[in-house]
Design a protein around this ligand. Structure first.
Ligand SMILES: Cc1cc2nc3c(=O)[nH]c(=O)nc-3n(C[C@H](O)[C@H](O)[C@H](O)COP(=O)(O)O)c2cc1C
Length: 145
Protein backbone atom coordinates (compact mmCIF):
# COMPACT_ATOMS: atom_id res chain seq x y z
CA UNK A 1 0.00 0.00 0.00
CA UNK A 2 2.96 2.33 0.36
CA UNK A 3 3.07 5.15 -2.15
CA UNK A 4 6.27 7.08 -2.76
CA UNK A 5 7.01 10.20 -4.75
CA UNK A 6 10.32 11.00 -6.38
CA UNK A 7 11.38 14.21 -8.10
CA UNK A 8 14.52 14.82 -10.13
CA UNK A 9 15.93 17.49 -12.41
CA UNK A 10 18.20 16.96 -15.41
CA UNK A 11 19.46 18.54 -18.61
CA UNK A 12 19.03 17.32 -22.12
CA UNK A 13 22.32 16.01 -23.47
CA UNK A 14 23.07 18.32 -26.36
CA UNK A 15 24.72 15.70 -28.54
CA UNK A 16 21.99 13.10 -28.14
CA UNK A 17 19.05 12.80 -30.49
CA UNK A 18 15.95 13.35 -28.40
CA UNK A 19 12.65 12.25 -29.85
CA UNK A 20 10.31 13.34 -27.08
CA UNK A 21 7.21 11.89 -28.68
CA UNK A 22 8.85 8.48 -28.85
CA UNK A 23 10.19 8.81 -25.33
CA UNK A 24 6.74 9.64 -23.98
CA UNK A 25 5.00 6.80 -25.79
CA UNK A 26 7.48 4.25 -24.38
CA UNK A 27 7.44 5.81 -20.92
CA UNK A 28 3.65 5.82 -20.69
CA UNK A 29 3.40 2.18 -21.72
CA UNK A 30 6.00 1.09 -19.14
CA UNK A 31 4.58 3.31 -16.42
CA UNK A 32 1.06 2.04 -16.97
CA UNK A 33 2.24 -1.55 -16.59
CA UNK A 34 4.08 -0.69 -13.38
CA UNK A 35 1.23 1.54 -12.07
CA UNK A 36 3.63 4.45 -12.01
CA UNK A 37 2.13 7.90 -12.54
CA UNK A 38 3.71 11.31 -12.84
CA UNK A 39 4.42 14.44 -14.79
CA UNK A 40 7.30 15.67 -16.92
CA UNK A 41 8.17 19.25 -17.77
CA UNK A 42 10.76 20.05 -20.44
CA UNK A 43 11.90 23.56 -21.11
CA UNK A 44 15.17 25.43 -21.78
CA UNK A 45 16.89 22.06 -22.26
CA UNK A 46 15.97 21.10 -18.70
CA UNK A 47 13.73 18.36 -17.38
CA UNK A 48 11.76 18.23 -14.15
CA UNK A 49 9.91 15.01 -13.49
CA UNK A 50 7.85 13.54 -10.68
CA UNK A 51 7.28 9.80 -10.44
CA UNK A 52 4.90 8.16 -8.00
CA UNK A 53 3.80 4.65 -7.20
CA UNK A 54 5.03 1.67 -5.24
CA UNK A 55 8.59 1.93 -3.89
CA UNK A 56 9.99 -0.89 -6.03
CA UNK A 57 8.30 0.33 -9.22
CA UNK A 58 9.40 3.94 -8.75
CA UNK A 59 12.97 2.91 -7.87
CA UNK A 60 13.17 0.67 -10.90
CA UNK A 61 11.92 3.34 -13.32
CA UNK A 62 14.22 5.94 -11.79
CA UNK A 63 17.22 3.60 -12.07
CA UNK A 64 16.60 3.37 -15.83
CA UNK A 65 16.03 7.09 -16.19
CA UNK A 66 19.12 8.07 -14.20
CA UNK A 67 21.41 6.20 -16.58
CA UNK A 68 19.64 7.25 -19.78
CA UNK A 69 22.22 8.83 -22.11
CA UNK A 70 19.68 11.26 -23.52
CA UNK A 71 20.08 13.49 -20.51
CA UNK A 72 22.76 14.45 -17.97
CA UNK A 73 23.16 16.27 -14.63
CA UNK A 74 20.46 14.05 -13.17
CA UNK A 75 19.91 15.32 -9.63
CA UNK A 76 17.49 13.74 -7.19
CA UNK A 77 15.54 16.57 -5.55
CA UNK A 78 13.63 14.30 -3.18
CA UNK A 79 12.08 10.94 -2.45
CA UNK A 80 9.54 10.19 0.25
CA UNK A 81 6.47 8.30 1.24
CA UNK A 82 3.28 10.08 0.35
CA UNK A 83 -0.23 9.99 1.74
CA UNK A 84 -1.64 9.69 -1.76
CA UNK A 85 -0.82 10.13 -5.44
CA UNK A 86 -1.01 13.63 -6.86
CA UNK A 87 -0.88 12.61 -10.55
CA UNK A 88 -3.09 9.52 -10.52
CA UNK A 89 -4.69 10.30 -13.89
CA UNK A 90 -1.38 10.73 -15.73
CA UNK A 91 0.73 7.77 -16.82
CA UNK A 92 3.18 10.56 -17.67
CA UNK A 93 1.71 13.98 -18.23
CA UNK A 94 3.87 16.32 -20.22
CA UNK A 95 4.21 20.03 -20.80
CA UNK A 96 6.81 21.99 -22.76
CA UNK A 97 5.12 25.16 -23.91
CA UNK A 98 3.85 27.02 -20.87
CA UNK A 99 1.76 29.53 -22.80
CA UNK A 100 -0.78 30.84 -20.40
CA UNK A 101 0.76 28.62 -17.71
CA UNK A 102 3.76 30.99 -17.55
CA UNK A 103 2.15 32.66 -14.53
CA UNK A 104 2.50 29.40 -12.61
CA UNK A 105 6.28 29.54 -13.02
CA UNK A 106 6.45 32.93 -11.35
CA UNK A 107 4.71 31.50 -8.30
CA UNK A 108 7.62 29.11 -7.80
CA UNK A 109 10.67 31.03 -9.00
CA UNK A 110 12.42 34.25 -8.10
CA UNK A 111 13.28 35.13 -11.69
CA UNK A 112 10.40 33.63 -13.63
CA UNK A 113 12.90 31.23 -15.20
CA UNK A 114 12.61 27.47 -15.37
CA UNK A 115 15.67 26.32 -13.38
CA UNK A 116 14.57 22.94 -11.95
CA UNK A 117 17.91 22.08 -10.31
CA UNK A 118 17.39 25.01 -7.98
CA UNK A 119 13.88 24.03 -7.01
CA UNK A 120 12.87 22.82 -3.61
CA UNK A 121 11.42 19.30 -3.65
CA UNK A 122 8.01 20.33 -2.32
CA UNK A 123 7.81 23.38 -4.55
CA UNK A 124 8.62 21.16 -7.52
CA UNK A 125 5.69 18.85 -6.73
CA UNK A 126 3.31 21.78 -6.29
CA UNK A 127 4.62 23.38 -9.49
CA UNK A 128 4.09 20.21 -11.52
CA UNK A 129 0.68 19.69 -9.95
CA UNK A 130 -0.34 23.25 -10.87
CA UNK A 131 0.90 22.70 -14.42
CA UNK A 132 -1.09 19.48 -14.64
CA UNK A 133 -4.21 21.17 -13.34
CA UNK A 134 -3.74 24.16 -15.63
CA UNK A 135 -3.10 21.89 -18.56
CA UNK A 136 -6.32 20.00 -17.82
CA UNK A 137 -8.18 23.24 -18.43
CA UNK A 138 -6.93 23.13 -21.99
CA UNK A 139 -3.46 24.13 -23.05
CA UNK A 140 -0.48 22.50 -24.71
CA UNK A 141 -0.08 19.08 -23.22
CA UNK A 142 -0.69 15.45 -23.91
CA UNK A 143 -2.44 12.96 -21.71
CA UNK A 144 -2.93 9.39 -22.63
CA UNK A 145 -3.43 8.07 -19.14
C1 LIG B 1 13.74 12.81 -19.36
C2 LIG B 1 13.40 11.35 -19.42
C3 LIG B 1 12.24 10.88 -18.78
C4 LIG B 1 11.90 9.53 -18.82
N1 LIG B 1 10.78 9.10 -18.18
C5 LIG B 1 10.48 7.78 -18.18
C6 LIG B 1 9.35 7.30 -17.47
O1 LIG B 1 8.57 8.04 -16.86
N2 LIG B 1 9.12 5.96 -17.51
C7 LIG B 1 9.92 5.08 -18.18
O2 LIG B 1 9.67 3.89 -18.17
N3 LIG B 1 10.99 5.54 -18.87
C8 LIG B 1 11.29 6.84 -18.88
N4 LIG B 1 12.38 7.29 -19.59
C9 LIG B 1 13.12 6.31 -20.40
C10 LIG B 1 14.08 5.52 -19.55
O3 LIG B 1 15.22 6.33 -19.28
C11 LIG B 1 14.53 4.26 -20.29
O4 LIG B 1 14.93 4.55 -21.58
C12 LIG B 1 13.41 3.25 -20.38
O5 LIG B 1 12.81 3.07 -19.13
C13 LIG B 1 13.94 1.91 -20.88
O6 LIG B 1 14.85 1.48 -19.93
P1 LIG B 1 15.72 0.16 -20.08
O7 LIG B 1 16.49 0.35 -21.36
O8 LIG B 1 16.58 0.17 -18.84
O9 LIG B 1 14.73 -0.94 -20.13
C14 LIG B 1 12.73 8.63 -19.54
C15 LIG B 1 13.89 9.12 -20.16
C16 LIG B 1 14.22 10.45 -20.12
C17 LIG B 1 15.46 10.95 -20.81
Amino acid sequence: MTIVQLVYASNRRAESALDLEKLLVGSRARNMKAHVTGYLCFRNDSFLQVLEGGPAAVSSVYASIATDPRHCNVVLLGYERAIRRRFSTWSMGYVAEFGELQGILLSYSAQNEFAPHEMDYRSAIEFLSDLATGARRGTSTTDTA
